[in-house]
Design a protein around this ligand. Structure first.
Ligand code: ZN
Length: 437
């Protein structure tokens, strides 16, 4: 009996594959994609469910001097760290349209990443991802002694105090040296550096005491902007005002801090950048190219940015369905790790060009008249050491679902490969109700 059903399944699959030979793209144009082209990774605002939110794991370190006068107390520091990360995330919720160049029509795409404070050892109730150290050398943010271990760009703080070094972005909250602050030529202001594995930010506590009347929310307001800039570096972005940052939509500019009627280069809003990677009073605009770069780094093989992500793609979520809506023709030219089922509706056409990972339990449902095509180099797999379920094709008497793949594409780590179900119209309607809602 088992043999017969295996035989029948093979026969049905064969029949479907034979039937697919007649399939062509509705517009007959072949889309050529390179999965290593960063611009393919910009989120599509009309289909944000194709881009599950990524969570960058961060932790926060306060380094105080041994006499504990330089930085926050543990109690206030913990509260500040949480408020700061929350404040950074709030800014990511509201991407701003670019001010420059004047009258540009660049969209402000939704930002599909957030930060999450992550303890290194989640089994340890004492570990909340916020750490306090006392160190008379490494507590300072030193702008001048560039050759010293404790200078601005030194890895020393990271090497000494890192937690989960290459799985979490380690954020160090440091302070300026009292001697520096005392110097009339030293600029005591919020400052920072961002590298792939760590970020240093200076001046939170000084601002809290001297400028913010010990108001944490006010301090967050001042520092969160800078933090997003430095994490922007960690995620792979460069400054935009003076250099080629690899993004055609971030024009070089005067790097005006704010509008200034006395400065002819900064006296109009079309001259004042609000981009996160310029120095300005806003730092809240991420261009499509910048978002594409960040997303590409999340997926790029060997890139440090992907290692810092919270793994959200190995557990199946019924509410993370991706629906290719009826009549739509969609090409995925980027690597994707999705978190739920994919449903290809009637007359919708999904073509995969790159790698797609689905979690254990996830299926691809192709409805009658829907089509799935795996182009050269594409693969549907499970990268978590489990098996995704497989492709289910629903046919009616009049319309077939179609699944076609080239010889150079692959289905791997699946439980069933393909399954075909023939349905009467009424049964199909009932099934659709269950599937889509
Ligand atoms: Zn910078």
């Amino acid at each position: 009996m088992r043999k017969i059903s295996v035989f029948l399944t093979i026969l049905l699959v064969q029949m479907a594959l034979t039937a697919q030979k007649t399939v062509s793209r509705p517009n007959n144009d072949k889309v050529i994609c390179n999965c290593g082209t960063a611009s393919n990774y910009a989120p599509d605002p009309k289909n944000m469910n194709f881009y599950p939110t990524k969570y960058v794991r961060v932790n926060v370190h306060f380094i105080d001097a041994k006499d504990t006068t330089l930085n926050f107390s543990e109690e206030t520091g913990r509260e500040y760290a949480r408020m700061l990360i929350e404040g950074c995330n709030e800014r990511l919720e509201h991407n701003l349209k670019m001010n420059i160049p004047a009258n540009n029509d660049l969209p402000a795409l939704p930002i599909n990443f957030r930060y999450v404070i992550s303890p290194c050892n989640s089994d340890d109730p004492e570990d909340d991802g916020i750490y306090f150290h006392q160190d008379d050398y490494l507590c300072y943010y030193n702008k001048t002694h560039s050759s010293r271990d404790y200078s601005l760009f030194s890895d020393k703080q990271f090497e000494t105090y890192k937690k989960c070094g290459d799985e979490v972005l380690n954020i160090f909250l440091l302070e300026h040296h009292p001697d520096s602050i005392a110097s009339p030529t030293y600029k005591t202001s919020a400052d920072g550096v961002g590298k792939p594995h760590w970020v240093k930010i200076a001046n939170s506590y000084h601002h809290y005491i001297n400028n913010a009347n010990q108001n944490l929310a006010e301090t967050v307001g001042s520092i969160a902007r800078l933090m997003n800039h430095e994490i922007g570096h960690s995620l792979g972005l460069a400054h935009t005002w003076s250099m080629e940052d690899g993004c055609p939509d971030t024009p070089k500019n005067r790097n005006c801090w704010y509008i200034d009627p006395a400065d002819p280069g900064c006296d109009e809003w079309g001259e004042v950048s609000n981009n996160v990677m310029d120095y300005n009073a806003f730092q809240q605009a991420y261009t499509p190219c910048q978002l594409a770069k960040i997303n590409y780094n999340f997926y790029r093989e060997g890139a440090p940015q992907g290692k810092n992500l919270l793994n959200t793609w190995c557990s199946y979520k019924s509410d993370k369905k991706v629906i290719i809506e009826a009549g739509n023709e969609v090409d995925w030219c980027d690597i994707k790790y999705l978190e739920g089922d994919i449903i290809i509706e009637k007359d919708a056409f999904l073509t995969l060009h790159c790698k797609l990972s689905l979690p254990k339990g996830a299926q691809i449902y192709i409805l009658p008249g829907g089509k799935l095509f795996l182009d050269n180099g594409s693969e549907i797999t499970n990268i978590c050491g489990d098996e995704w379920t497989g492709v289910t094709l629903f046919h009616t008497k009049k319309q077939k679902a179609v699944f076609e793949k080239t010889a150079n594409s692959d289905l791997t780590h699946f439980a069933n490969e393909t399954k075909e179900i023939f349905l009467e119209k009424r049964a199909l309607r009932k099934m659709l109700k269950e599937l889509i809602h």
